[in-house]
Design a protein around this ligand. Structure first.
Ligand SMILES: C[S@@+](CC[C@H](N)C(=O)[O-])C[C@H]1O[C@@H](n2cnc3c(N)ncnc32)[C@H](O)[C@@H]1O
Length: 555
């Protein structure tokens, strides 16, 4: 590759270690005693705050916690007490749910920061609720992760139940944000976790009384007790799936807790049965896969030895030599420091298979057009075995810094050059040509909803139209960087035909100099579509959904 001076090379160190394409980014929200300021997911936060604020203005403002019309919560005094009666995981979960819904923080299902994050979480509780509880132990941390993930996933269904048990819609609509979160936690614990119901009632009543006021505790008590009676008599309210398509979709969306537009889109594409299976997958606890970092001399056999020492159950990946799959025990792996030491990365097999589609070979030049935070870049680099080069481009400087830090940790930094740029401008200015160009495009993420608990609520149908335009523009730009005889690989972590097959078809119409190179040689046949593309599907393969096409440049 003949490179000119790139727009901006990232070299500042970054403090957070990240090592995965499937990582759910850690929460990075700044809390001050005066409220919540999100530094992530600005649009989602704006959307959530605006939506919430319409209800907030009418909500009661008593007790230690107050919510302003902007959706921020303010402390009226600076009391800092230790309360040993409140269960720590519930207080932390309630505050984290508020931060996710009102502040636009991400749901971190991995809790990659491990043990140390408990102190931060308690700090948030103290600043938000005005008291601390006892410190979180490992079990509490696991419960927080489980309750937060589950409560977010099941939000639509839980709200349906809560609404059914409230006096009327106004009571529900006017509920304070913290009270609503406490109820959702209690409902989730009783209905989905099947925890001992009366203990759940007592604990959540205590939390509501201390964090809000006695009346809030009474309300939680009344509603949760009604729920327990309905559950015990097997008569939880459930919407009927009947009427026209739209009414059926609404009922299914409530029962399986997804947005209505997703249910309608999927039933059109995949049929009813597949859609229900897909929603069921999205609502189950995610499996995580680990990739042994061979570039650091750490093999899968070494990883297996470590897992056995840690007593973490695993399965060897059937598709990828360096991967193992974990159903449980991810927190143990994180706390043992295997990720921080760079021995392995969290990477879903669906993403690993995209790298198989690229098929990087030592000596090749590769441009990774949308590279950050670098899951695929690092795996490709390990395949190059120290020979060849990867130019990693991304428009997001923070994520690119994570890539650069992790590349150093994984000892593949010598063959990776990070370039901070918008691909569209970069391809106009640069005359670089590579053997292989990977465009892992920004997409809806509809294939990874089991791992991204909050994503389903943050995406709108209109987003897909915008994404399609961006994907087309990025494909056009990426295509200019491919040598004649070279390959352009287009990939997404979406299962949406319009983001996948349709984008490729539209590209080929605009670019007759490219043709489809079938992926049969690179991935097992069960992943190859009739058109010769790679497609993983959660229902069929029990891994995340992803897509990739190889496009050969003829001239
Ligand atoms: C799906 S993520 C890439 C994940 C990455 N390939 C990995 O495996 O870790 C898409 C990336 O595209 C980047 N992106 C979005 N628009 C871009 C643009 N116009 N130019 C360059 N990068 C862009 C985003 O910042 C984001 O990091």
């Amino acid at each position: 590759m003949a490179a000119r001076t790139p727009p901006s090379r990232v070299c500042t160190p970054f403090s957070i270690l990240h090592s995965s394409t499937t990582t759910i980014l850690s929460i990075s929200v700044n809390f001050t005693p005066l409220g919540v300021v999100s530094s992530t997911s600005a649009n989602a936060a704006k959307h959530n705050i605006e939506r919430t604020s319409r209800n907030d203005s009418a909500r009661t403002k008593t007790g230690p916690l107050q919510t302003s019309t902007t959706g921020r919560f303010n402390r009226s005094s600076n009391v800092q007490k230790l309360n040993l009666e409140i269960s720590p995981h519930r207080a932390v979960a309630a505050v984290r749910l508020m931060r996710i819904e009102l502040g636009g923080a991400f749901a971190d299902l991995l809790n990659e920061q491990g043990k140390g994050s408990g102190d931060n979480e308690m700090g948030y509780v103290e600043r938000t609720l005005g008291f601390r509880t006892r410190d979180l132990d490992d079990r509490d941390l696991r419960l927080v992760t489980e309750i937060v993930g589950g409560t977010i996933r099941w939000r639509r269904y839980l709200d349906h139940l809560i609404l059914s048990l409230c006096h009327d819609e106004r009571t529900f609509g006017r509920m304070e944000p913290l009270l609503l979160q406490i109820l959702r936690i209690g409902f989730y614990e009783i209905v989905k976790l099947e925890m001992p119901p009366y203990a759940v009632v007592d604990e959540n009543v205590k939390l509501a009384k201390v964090a809000l006021r006695p009346g809030a505790g009474n309300m939680v008590n009344a509603v949760l007790r009604k729920l327990v009676l309905l559950k015990e008599s097997d008569s939880l309210p459930s919407p009927k799936v009947d009427g026209d398509d739209r009414q059926q979709a609404r009922a299914l969306a409530t029962i399986h807790s997804h947005p209505v537009w997703m249910v309608r889109r999927w039933t059109n594409y995949f049929g009813l049965e597949e859609t229900i299976k897909l929603m069921t997958w999205n609502n189950t606890d995610p499996c995580f896969s680990l990739r042994a970092n061979t570039s650091k001399g750490f093999s899968r056999a070494d990883l297996v030895t470590e897992l056995e020492m840690l007593k973490v159950p695993y399965e060897l990946s059937q598709h990828l030599d360096d991967f193992v799959r974990l159903r449980t025990g991810m927190q143990v792996v994180i706390q043992a420091g295997l990720l921080k030491k760079g021995f392995c990365s969290v990477q879903d097999e669906s993403a690993g298979l995209v790298v198989d589609v690229v098929n990087p070979k030592p000596g090749e030049t590769i441009i990774d057009c949308c590279a950050a935070p670098g899951g695929k870049t690092l795996f490709m680099a390990s395949r190059l075995n120290g020979q060849g080069s990867i130019c990693a481009i991304d428009v997001n400087k923070g994520r690119l810094r994570i890539l650069q830090e992790t590349a150093m940790l994984h000892e593949v930094n010598t063959i990776i050059t990070c370039i901070h740029a918008d691909l569209r401008a970069f391809s106009e200015d640069e005359h670089m040509k590579a053997d292989k160009v990977l465009l892992d495009a920004p997409c809806s993420g509809l294939g990874v909803l089991s791992k991204r608990a909050d994503l389903r609520w943050n995406k709108k149908l209109e987003d897909i139209e915008e994404l399609k335009k961006l994907q087309d523009a990025l494909l056009d730009s990426a295509s200019t960087l491919v040598k004649p005889g070279g390959v352009l690989i287009y990939s997404t972590c979406s299962i949406d035909l319009e983001e996948n097959e349709e984008r490729v078809a539209a590209f080929l119409l605009r670019h007759p100099e490219f043709t489809v190179d079938r992926v049969d040689k690179y991935v097992p046949s069960s992943f190859v579509t009739i058109d010769g593309f790679y497609s993983s599907n959660p229902v069929k393969h029990s891994i995340d959904g992803a897509f990739a096409a190889r496009l050969l440049r003829l001239t």
